[in-house]
Design a protein around this ligand. Sequence first.
Ligand SMILES: [Zn+2]
Length: 520
Amino acid sequence: MSQIVWEAIEEKWRKKWEEAHLFEADPDPNRKKCFVTFPYPYMNGPLHLGHGFTATRVDVYARFMRMKGYNTLFPWAWHWTGEPILGASLRIKSGDEDLIRALKEIDGVPEEELKKFVDPIYMASYYTRESREVVKKIGFSVDWRREFHTTSHEPTYSKFIEWQYLTLRDMGYVVRGTHPVVWCPSCQSPTGDHDRLIGEGVFPEEYILIKFIFGDAYLPAATFRPETIFGVTNMFINPDADYVEALVDGEKWIISRSAAFKLSEQLRKVKVLREFKGRELIGKYFKEPISGRELPILPGWFVDPDSATGVVYSVPAHAPADWIALKDLMDKTDLLKGFGLSSEVLRNIKPISLISVEGFGDYPAIEIVEQMGIKDQFDPKLEEATSIIYRKEFHTGVLKPICGEYAGKTIKDVKAQIIEDFKRIGIASSMYDLPQKVVCRCTTKCVVKILSDQWFLKYSDPEWKRLAHEAVSSAKIFPESARSYFHDKIDWLRDWACARKTGLGTPLPWDPEWIIETLS
Ligand SMILES: [Zn+2]
């Protein structure tokens, strides 16, 4: 029996299809039309199995529709826009051995081609050429007359992107503004969701900083609950973390070293005066700025110097984590002695009740720690306890007489007023930070940067949101369960940085030093 040579059969029919112009679709008013598309694969490397899997489904659908008599167009395109191709090209130029080895051994790029990859356009063209052969070999029913790639190196496609942005601008959806964005200090650009290894969907949050007084300096402690200043009993500093004394807009602040860097990215003038370990502060006293009470600084290894300022104030009556941290220290006499602290200091700390809340007594934090059987500050249940108390106090908590002019008000109603007042009288400030870790595709940890005069797509616009919801509601979506995902995404979107200064792409037509962000 002779063996069937499948490759030869494939080759034969591919040629026949091509000669017959079988997949070339031209306008035809007498037939119903169908358009299929496949997300442009990114050309910083060869195609992989995932492309084959997804594109096969598109191809099957296209062939099915042709059999039903539809005039079906299946074009193909290659994605060149953005940082990754330029970034890889720069790494090759600088002799990055890991990348060069990966390209040679995994991608199988010949030595003489690799040398030319120092030109990002050459690199993209190389992978486009290689990948086109692969797509043709699979036999996808593509109209190759319609093939294109993105960026200004494909003028027709670039014109289409320009048209989109000019239209959006005319409609008032592209605006210039000053906004906090998630930022990669290494790439020097905003890190969109698709640029992240970790932290999809994380937005910058504004933290209120209470400026506690420490000699001629401030210890700005971050909080979402500034009203709790009336119940502060002490401060926690991480003895092993790096702190700095820095001039921040002319004021002397004591903050973690990473906080100083973060603030410098947020339109603050920051000058670091000296660096030291947190232990230097332990056992010293600071002043609470409203009534001037003198309170101790205690060691807290749970304090994360990478979170906001790395300075934490303690409200044991209403914050379960603060109560448990104090409890942990109480019987560690030797450890305290090492910091020059007597156990007397700990014993003298009495939780101060400042909020009355439904279903709890004077000390909700202590009660919930006991109810949930939380053992120490490393207990995973602590996070849940914190969020229960926070929500309960925010929605139903009423401030007690100790809170002065705010007494009798619910936290929900008075929070914004407190923040405004505290800022006005100079005892509070604010900074942005990320509530969860975000890591850029380049493996660098991201921070929040305030970009001024940056171009944004106005996804916060209520009218746009309404129209987008309407469009999603009237679309046919398979599977139906995916529809809510689109609705959620529309609600979730805020103003989005839509241009960057580096990378390949289409320049903004009215401000060409900016490149339009990919997938913006
Ligand atoms: Zn990066």
